[in-house]
Ligand binder design. Structure first.
Ligand code: QAP
Ligand code: CO
Length: 171
């Protein structure tokens, strides 16, 4: 089932998501719906809050060299905690909740992630490159933050102007 994606400036995106405690069939169905929703919208990452569920769950599916996404590369991340972040990188990010806008954001270059899978089993993952960036972008959603909040004052102003114009043109 494809779920509606909440878009900026909807205030629901500012919610602090809660820890997942029940790793049951309902969670599994929800994660399956998140995957279908993300793929149908051409996304590489999606946090539960973007589909109106304020739980600490996110999914990522990083494309291969040809730009194709494979379900084998799907990572479901629940209750994540970042350890030992290192370095910084700039990457031009976008977000399914901020459609049509892309801007450079600074992130850690690498990190170690502690998280649970859909069964509640603990895992550790070392991430670099796009995966490390995507993890940080999605964890920010769990804390009610969007990538546009990391822009400088002037770039944020440029964003607000462009985004409002695009919203009006859609109506
Ligand atoms: C987050 O973003 C991300 O504006 C995932 O019209 C972004 O999947 C992680 C998308 C950059 C790492 C680097 C955005 C699709 C998808 C749009 C996305 C759009 C259609 C964004
Ligand atoms: Co996003």
């Amino acid at each position: 089932m494809i779920l509606p994606i909440i878009t900026y400036p909807n205030k629901q995106l500012k919610a602090l998501s809660s820890e997942v405690t029940h790793f049951d069939e309902r969670l599994h169905l929800f994660l399956d719906n998140m995957f279908e929703t993300m793929i149908s919208s051409n996304g590489i990452g999606l946090a539960a809050i973007q589909v109106a569920n304020p739980i600490r769950a996110l999914i990522l599916c990083i494309p291969d060299e040809e730009g194709n996404q494979h379900k084998e590369n799907l990572i479901e991340i629940i209750n994540p905690v970042i350890h030992t972040p290192r370095g910084t990188v700039l990457y031009q990010e976008g977000c399914l909740s901020v459609p049509g806008f892309y801007e450079d954001v600074e992130r850690y270059e690498s990190l170690t992630l502690h998280y649970q899978n859909r069964h509640g089993e603990t895992s550790i993952l070392h991430a670099t490159d796009l995966l490390a960036i995507a993890i940080q972008h999605e964890i920010d959603h769990l804390d009610g933050k969007l990538f546009i909040e990391k822009l400088s004052y002037n770039r944020r102003k440029k964003f607000e102007k462009e985004y409002k114009r695009a919203l009006k043109e859609k109506k």
